[in-house]
Design a protein around this ligand. Structure first.
Ligand code: AMP
Ligand code: ZN
Length: 268
């Protein structure tokens, strides 16, 4: 069987387990290979998809947004562009002033904007392009930081809580390696950016990934080990009951004010 066929079969198996054609699905697209691949495949297989990109306002993002526009036009998928600067002010400024890593700040803002958009557009599921390498890396990071709470949102179906405050996040590429996705995206000739984010160089995440790649860690084994333990972690540490509405924005929050509002510095 050709690489393309076997790749698509592997993705299809997971997609069919996680998604139904009756659902309205929002794909979060970044202009990178992973989200382009899953958007392309869901659209090709006849799923009811729309796409959303958060325009972070960074210089290099103009190209991402224009590439995503072209991809969505080619696929006939409706695209919504969320202007992060309009919503929260300069994300770069937030990165520079709050003392957290750039990726942390960017991640919190993206998840916040994506969840709000998903609720506004009344979708059933929110799909992201996270792959096996991302998954294994997150598991290892949480081990290194002794962060069992963060483990709860890892895996193909994020989160353990079903709540009106959250649109369920689904990651159908969780068991597909970044290398395979890269090969597929190149064979398909997607017009996408292959450059890493210029602002992610300070991230702990990057150091963990370098270690994992240099040491030749088996990513599948890390994930399999984690998935055997996850039910125990969920039953012991589930956050059910700990979530409430942020008093400022109304989004889900563990504290009185959610992480995004803390970063943005909104006061009530
Ligand atoms: P990253 O955290 O950059 O590795 O991205 C992981 C996934 O999050 C991507 O595959 C996308 O599905 C989604 N994503 C990342 N950045 C954006 C963005 N600017 N707009 C919409 N979705 C994004
Ligand atoms: Zn808030």
């Amino acid at each position: 069987m050709s690489f393309i066929k076997s790749f698509e079969l592997r993705v299809k198996r997971e997609v069919e387990r996680l998604l139904s054609k009756r659902e309205r699905i929002m794909v979060a697209v970044s202009g990178g290979k992973d989200s382009a691949t899953i958007l392309y495949l869901l659209s090709k297989w006849g799923y009811n998809v729309i796409a959303v990109i958060i325009d972070l306002g960074f210089k290099h993002y103009k190209k991402h947004v224009s590439n995503v526009r072209v991809l969505c036009e080619e696929l006939g998928v409706e695209l919504f562009v969320v202007d992060a600067v309009k919503e929260v002010g300069s994300v770069r400024r937030l990165q520079l002033i709050n003392g957290k890593s750039n990726c942390y700040t960017c991640g919190v803002i993206k998840r916040w904007l994506l969840n709000r958009k998903a609720k506004e557009l009344r979708v059933d599921k929110l799909v992201t392009g996270h792959n096996l390498d991302d998954y294994a890396e997150s598991v290892l990071m949480n081990v290194l930081m002794n962060n069992h709470q963060a483990c709860l949102s890892l895996g193909p179906v994020a989160g353990v809580i079903s709540s009106d405050l959250f649109v369920q996040r689904v990651k159908p590429l969780s068991y597909i390696s970044e290398g395979d996705i890269l090969t597929y995206a190149k064979l398909k000739g997607f017009r996408i950016s292959y450059d890493p984010c210029p602002y992610s160089s300070d991230a702990f995440r990057r150091e963990v990934m370098d270690l994992m790649r240099l040491s030749g860690f088996n990513f599948s084994n890390i994930v399999k080990y984690f998935e055997r333990l996850k039910p125990l972690i969920v039953s012991k540490f589930s956050r059910k009951g700990l979530l409430r509405e942020c008093v400022i924005c109304g989004e889900a929050s563990k504290g009185v004010v959610c992480k995004a509002c803390q970063l943005i510095g909104r006061s009530h």
